[in-house]
Design a protein around this ligand. Structure first.
Ligand SMILES: NC(=O)c1ccc[n+]([C@@H]2O[C@H](COP(=O)([O-])OP(=O)(O)OC[C@H]3O[C@@H](n4cnc5c(N)ncnc54)[C@H](OP(=O)(O)O)[C@@H]3O)[C@@H](O)[C@H]2O)c1
Length: 313
């Protein structure tokens, strides 16, 4: 199997370009998926979030992997995310400590502000943490949250901090006061949502970009409509030309344009297929055809979920 390329962050750290996504990876399946990905397929990057409600099972899998000697902690890149109801400065570090407890780790490699908006505090992390606008807490600024995240780096609980679901203007604002600059921006990116201007802006600032929902978040997007990415005829033709699948074309395209990419699967054959995408190359004509598919189409529509016209990353 080809080695997974890395992106060098401004800290000098190596950020593996393909990772395993874990959103909607149900308990009862996610632990086995993580173990298979790491031991059988060479994944060294896991994308987690407290909001996915599965970090405890991932933590058990990680403990098993470390105890068995299958992999060392320092060889894995583990990303977590600060959930919206914990943005107040008093809640940020305790929330990270809960994540570390669940994942059974003493630090994360990367911690992202999951969404740039504070929700009212909730004692327990639940999916109900994503209700409507009534839950927005207008008393907490992004600056307050970012500074509390910086304190977590200073405390040695996380090596890098970053942002998710942000437009360039929020990044610009944070850059005016950040003592610790964002290392990574994680946004929805795939051939229908390429975000070229944000990618260029991040490149100039030395911030790495991670593409989430790189396969168009699978078939579970009836709630947002739009064409099914993996059924796109242009992608199908490029896939056929290389003897690959449309999913592999999407992942390879993300790697080749210099982003990190975190496809999710809990099925062994897809977990393997996805990381094997690093083992072939798209030519210039393929890349141009894929560039022409951009339509700034988001499968994830938080505006609809939260009822707040705030999110246009
Ligand atoms: N920061 C954020 O706000 C945010 C938002 C969304 C996602 N994310 C992260 O990004 C990760 C990936 O995004 P996502 O989960 O939305 O969707 P995705 O990776 O675009 O797509 C996952 C879906 O595609 C299917 N799939 C996986 N590999 C496939 C293949 N080779 N061929 C055909 N189908 C395949 C999966 O099914 P099976 O599992 O059944 O194989 C699943 O239904 C998430 O898991 C999460 O870690 C972050």
């Amino acid at each position: 199997m080809s080695a997974v390329p890395v992106i060098k962050l401004h800290s000098g750290a190596s950020f593996p370009q393909v990772g395993l996504g874990t959103w909607k990876a149900e308990k009862g399946k996610v632990g086995a998926a993580v173990k298979y990905a790491v031991t059988e397929c060479g994944y060294r990057h896991l994308d987690c979030a407290s909001n996915y409600l599965n970090e405890d099972e991932i933590g058990d899998a990680l403990a098993e992997l470390f105890e068995s000697g299958a992999v060392k902690r320092e060889d894995l890149w583990i990303t977590g995310k600060l959930n919206n109801p914990y943005h107040h400065k008093e809640h940020v570090m305790p929330h990270l400590k809960k994540t570390l407890l669940d994942l059974r780790l003493d630090h994360l490699d990367l911690w992202l502000m999951h969404w740039p908006v504070a929700f009212k505090y909730l004692q327990e992390v639940t999916q109900a943490a994503n209700p409507g606008a009534a839950k927005v807490d207008h008393s907490v600024s992004i600056r307050e949250t970012w500074e509390a995240m910086e304190a977590c780096v200073e405390a040695g609980l996380v090596k890098h901090i970053g942002l998710s679901n942000v437009p360039a203007i929020i990044v610009h604002d944070i850059m005016t006061y950040a003592k610790i600059k964002p290392a990574v921006i994680q946004n929805e990116m795939h051939p229908y949502c390429q975000q070229p201007a944000l990618c260029e802006y991040a490149r100039r600032l030395g911030i790495a970009m991670t593409a989430y929902s790189p396969l168009g978040t699978g078939s579970n997007h009836s709630w947002t409509g739009g064409d099914v990415l993996l059924q796109d005829p242009v992608l199908a033709a490029i896939a056929a030309k290389h003897g690959k699948t449309p999913a592999q074309v999407c992942i390879r395209w993300a790697v080749q344009r210099g982003t990190v990419v975190i496809p999710k699967s809990t099925h062994d054959h897809r977990i393997r297929q996805n990381i094997e995408s690093v083992g072939f190359e798209l030519d210039e004509e393929d890349m141009q055809k894929i560039a022409a598919l951009d339509r700034n189409f988001h499968y994830l529509r938080p505006n609809d979920w939260y009822g707040i016209p705030l999110f246009c990353p």
